[in-house]
Design a protein around this ligand. Sequence first.
Ligand code: C2E
Ligand code: CA
Ligand code: CA
Length: 902
Amino acid sequence: MSGLIGDGEFDHELLAGLGTSIGAAVVWWLDLDDEQLGWMPGLDAVLGVSGSDQDVVRTRLAELVEPLAVTARTAPAWQDFELVQPLDTADGRRWLQFRARLSTKDSARALVGVVADVTRRHNQQQELADLADRYRLLVELAPEAIVVHEAGRIVYANPAAVRFVRAASDADIIGRPITDFVHPSSQAEMLQRIAKLTEPGVTSEPADTVLVRFDGGTIDVESVSVRTTWEGRPAFQVIMRDVTDQKAAAAALRYQAALVAHVSDALIATTSDGVVTSWNPSAESVYGRSAAAAIGRPISEVVGAPLDPVAVLDSGGVVQADHRKADGDALSVRISVARMDDGYVLICADETARRRAEQHFTAVVAAIEEGVLVVGPTGRVESVNPAAERILGVSARDAVGQLASSTELHDETGQQIPLSRFPSAITRTTGKSQHGRIVRALRPDGTRVWLSLSARALNPTGDLPTATVVSFTDITERRMIDSQLEHEATHDALTGLFNRTVTINRLSPGERSHRSGLTAVLFIDLDKFKVINDSLGHSAGDDVLRVVGHRLSRSTRRGDVVGRLGGDEFTVIAYGVAGPEEARAIADHVRAELNKPITVEGRQLHVDASVGIVLAESGDPRDGADLLRDADLAMYQAKTRGRGRISFFDVELRERIQRRLQLEQDLRMAPLGDELWLAYQPIVDLGTNRRTAVEGLLRWTHPRYGLILPGEFITLAEESDLINIVGAHMLYTASREIATHAPELQLTVNLSARQLDDPWLVSSVRNATQKSGLAPSSLCLEITESALMQDPKLAARTLSALRDLGVRLAIDDFGTGHSSLAQLLTLPLDTLKIDRSFTAGLGRSDEAEAIVTSIVAMAHAVDLTVIAEGVEEPAQLEILRALGCDQAQGYHLGRPVPLADL
Ligand code: C2E
Ligand code: CA
Ligand code: CA
């Protein structure tokens, strides 16, 4: 070591490299080869062992530099070493700084260093480091965003700043222009603010700034800028506080204040013991009391009624109450209470007007006759008025809360209405109103009520399902009257069967069109009902008709229509009939049923019926009345064939009718003297065997049907006044022809019953004789027995008038009318014509001969000439002559022929 330090000379160059602290330091060295330590005086004081001997100093030094020695042995030359070592002394901990350099002079390796007490400096540095650390933490943990920008670019951003702008890290921010993060609306202000910060350390006033975040959103901040330096250059540090929440809170406060000022409800704040602390403008108007007059007073006093916020809260926070205005007027209010930290807030809504309207409405609903119920959106009944209780036979208590569908409803056809088709259900689910639905409701007591019912949606918003108001009136009585009237209009009062109108309707083409098969119409006419009626009286007759009606209903099938047309005429309409056989089977069954004895007033009666049947296809164009008429005709035909028969309307019958209709029509147009002409049949005197007279008989040569006999067309003519015209014409023509061509003959002409009524008859007979030149005594007028008996008094008058003209009168078809002979003989007659049915019996039955004998005797007794009609055989002629008959007429003596052929 002596080599190194030599003769006590320092290697100044080496020591100079160890720093300026040399002045306060003591030099030491360590020979790395032999571990020898050396030092300059004063080391003992530095090492805290002042005055100790050399060994103590050495040991302490060796301990302290040991780490340096270890390092130096492995380190390259000329490396500087530094080591700060704590040293605990009686005065406390001290810090020693060892600095050394490796010296390899003269191939000796030594560590040469200085040691200095750096306790003071060490402590100062520590404090600074701590301070910086605390500052850094402060900045990094600050809730405020802190950024430093220099020359317009951000050079530092704390974590809060990173969060504010939602950056991933400060690397996203650093280096970017500060203006990237300042909203355009805030940039001008920021630049002005910075411009004012001319001196280092100057701070700006806090200002509102809007920052732009990475995600495009903004954030409201309050920012303060400070002039500072960054790495020696002027820079600005900006400290920003997030004021979003604060702004929102301020807005909310403003909103609340506006609300309080403008709501229509009274808003009242009280202390926890009920003293008013706030009274909004609406409270002033609702209660008629100014805020000044209310604040500071107990709430119960200013609302005119006891009001305990706690009680309101206890009952759910909302109650209905009656308050009073300052002037004493009653108020109806709905109170809501909220508990606050320091008292209560009460909202008092003035519902006086609404309540009054509601009360009026409730009174009206309670008073009206119409049943009203409100059905909620769930289908449950919410309210029921007294009329509804009465009509439906329920109590409101029971009905409210029930499903509206728990009442059974039927429609007019008697079908039960499914729940989904209930008027209330339709309105509830669709919102569509239902009007005037006619339904039948079942009351809980089992009785039924007819309702005319409407349903309307109750909510104006249109949300579905909706509450529904259902209103209805009881129309049971009206319906009963209606249905009774309808029944009367459609039913026969006596039998309860359908009447003619319904029968005709049910036979209409429309009714039949949708039915398969044939429609059979049975026209049923009781036989000899008139006899029952006349002999037993009308009430017995009615009883029979009722029984018949009942039996018809019983004997027909479901769906068949049984009707009574009037009198003893009934109908059965059977639809879907396969053919005539089935129709006949129905008719047979009906007849068999009617044939069973009927007991009326203790008597057993037997009834039979004649049945006419029409079968109509679904496309048959005949209407109900046509079919009924045809069935009537068929029935008529059945009757003419004998009673208790069944007859079908057929084509032949129709043709007969068509022919009849055609003739009826053509007869009006038939030219007299052309198509209509006269045939003459001779009448022979049995005494002289000479032709003494002719009977003029009408003939019609029809252009289509050929020769038609009077038996067919006279009745047609009789049904209209045509007979009078035709009769008068015929009378004149015959008179003229006979007067002209056979004046020696007597002429007989037939008068029909209708002609007897003709007021012009006498004058037309006079006219005929005068104009034709036929002597009235040559003319004989024949009138049938039955015509005379229709109105004997009128007949007597007419006959007298005719007799006065000088014409002769004959009674025709005598013996067929069952008339009173005594009465007949009072008439002014000249001749009696025995009906040909008696003539036909002559030579066959003794009875006919006896009748003819007595007629002849009787006629002769009153000076009547007797003519026998219908003589067809010579034998008849002989018998008639033998019996004293005066004259005879018949095919045997001559057929009716044109005058020229006579
Ligand atoms: P009526 O007055 O009894 O006339 C006699 C009818 O008997 C005639 O039928 C005649 O042709 C028919 N007749 C004559 N002889 C025989 C015979 O031997 N056997 C049979 N079976 N019949 C015989 P017609 O011409 O068909 O007349 C029928 C009826 O029509 C007449 O019956 C008469 O009541 C009525 N009639 C005919 N012409 C007229 C008329 O100009 N005016 C009115 N009001 N009635 C008339
Ligand atoms: Ca006659
Ligand atoms: Ca006759």
